[in-house]
Design a protein around this ligand. Structure first.
Ligand code: GDP
Length: 424
């Protein structure tokens, strides 16, 4: 496989981690290019079950180099806790297989604090943040008010820079939110406890990647969240604060000249959404409870019950378009096995008119789903490995989605394990 991005087509939680874990076999390098520790990429393999937050999902493969690119929100505390957790389960993590871009900005302790303070201030108007500090972090990054990971290698300069930022940030913490001021003592303890630990992994990943590109190495770009949460193309303001789309991968990865040959878009066989904001195809009551239980739809990071609904063709087609997907991985088809009739949201009803175009975010609040039903298959399919062995009604469901979204479905996932996959 040539350079490939694996991206979410919908609201996130589509099963990207599982697809990256499967496909890393064919790649030399896996790069996370945006987002932060608010991700929860679930991977199940020979080492056990993991919910990866910041580490690229290629970390389990021998010989694969994993990179945290300049576009990520690098939270030293979360990252170090995650490295300890993953290594404790027998996965080696060294500067050989994990490299952190010196140009990645650091998520500082006050970012997480500010996230919580702002959600509390918003009260019932909150966005449903995971409170990992991502929005305050990216706001500061674009104001150039963060520390680059590479600055950790220059301690004297680091302290001066951090002191300046702290004085500035304390104005917001104390005057705007009435919170306690940050102190240098606390920041120094944070540096000693977490930043010192991740220092050995920091390097000029640009040089490494340019050399790798020249040597013809194959690169996998791993996205967090999905198209509908993209800062520019998602459901504003219920987006994340970074660009989750494949087009951002070269910039956020540290290889701006990279050409992405394949974009594998991950789509779940039904819809889920975490947090607030319009979710047109949402199911409620017993129907929703049954689907949530069948798919075990609880947040990997927060444990929050996810909102659920049928597959949303309108949103998925839009996601395929903005991602420029060239191939689709349809996950969790096995979860639908209990359904007699499978609901599909094929169009929206917006201001009295049916449409199959994804509307402007403000109109989404008023949109209603138009639901059609397809026949279910009512039998377990988790052991199926060949397309022709899938029940005919399951094949029809996949083909219908494929035809509606205008992109080939090359992978059908029928279970969370690495080999529970049908390749078409
Ligand atoms: P990500 O953030 O996009 O990686 O997705 P998550 O990890 O949050 O959610 C995917 C969940 O579904 C994880 O618990 C996976 O183990 C699980 N999963 C992935 N693919 C399948 C599948 O085909 N069938 C089933 N039953 N579970 C799956």
């Amino acid at each position: 496989m040539a350079n490939t991005a694996i991206v979410g087509i919908n609201w996130g939680d589509e099963g990207k981690g599982r697809m990256v874990d499967l496909l890393t076999e064919d790649f030399d390098i896996v790069i996370r290019y945006q987002g932060g520790g608010n991700a929860g990429h679930t991977v199940i393999n020979e080492y056990g079950k993991f919910a990866l937050h910041l580490l690229p999902s290629g970390i389990f493969r021998k010989g694969v180099v994993n990179i945290l690119g300049n576009g990520v929100a690098l939270d030293p505390e979360n990252l170090w806790i995650e490295i300890e957790d993953v290594t404790a389960k027998g996965v080696p993590i060294t500067p050989e297989n994990l490299k952190i871009s010196g140009r990645a900005s650091l998520l500082l302790p006050w970012h997480r604090e500010l996230d919580g303070l702002e959600e509390a201030r918003l009260a019932d108007k909150k966005y449903g943040s995971t409170k990992q500090g991502i929005a305050p972090f990216y706001a500061d990054k674009y104001q150039k008010k963060t520390i680059l990971a590479g600055e950790l290698l220059y301690p004297d300069h680091l302290k001066e820079h951090l002191k300046d930022l702290m004085e500035w940030k304390n104005l917001t913490l104390t005057s705007v939110y009435g919170a306690k001021a940050a102190t240098m003592e606390k920041l120094e303890s944070w540096i000693a406890t977490y930043c010192e630990k991740i220092k050995p992994f920091i390097c000029d990943t640009g040089i490494f990647l340019r050399d790798a590109q020249a040597a013809g190495k194959k690169i996998l770009f791993e996205a967090q969240l999905g198209a509908l949460r993209d800062l520019d193309y998602g459901i504003h303001p219920y987006t994340t604060s970074s660009n989750a789309i494949a087009a951002y991968a070269p910039v956020g990865s540290g290889l701006p000249s990279a050409r992405i040959d394949e974009v594998v878009g991950v789509v779940k066989a039904y819809s889920t959404c975490v947090g607030e904001g319009p979710f047109v195809c949402e199911m409620f009551g017993e129907e929703a409870d049954a689907l949530r239980e069948a798919g075990f739809e609880y947040g990997a990071k927060t444990g929050r019950p996810r909102r659920v609904g049928p597959i949303d063709i309108v949103a998925t087609r839009y996601g395929v378009q903005v991602q420029g997907a060239t191939n689709i991985a349809l996950t969790k088809l096995d979860v639908m096995s209990y359904m007699e009739k499978i609901p599909v949201c094929t169009r929206y009803l917006v201001e009295g008119k049916e449409t199959d175009e994804f509307p402007f975010p403000t109109l989404l609040e008023k949109a209603q789903p138009v639901i059609e039903y397809m026949d279910g298959w009512k039998c377990g399919i988790s052991d199926v490995r060949k397309w022709e062995d899938l029940p005919i009604t399951a094949q029809r469901y996949v083909e219908f989605i494929e035809q509606q979204i205008g992109c080939h479905i090359g992978y059908v996932s029928v279970g969370p394990e690495r080999d529970s996959i049908i390749i078409r």
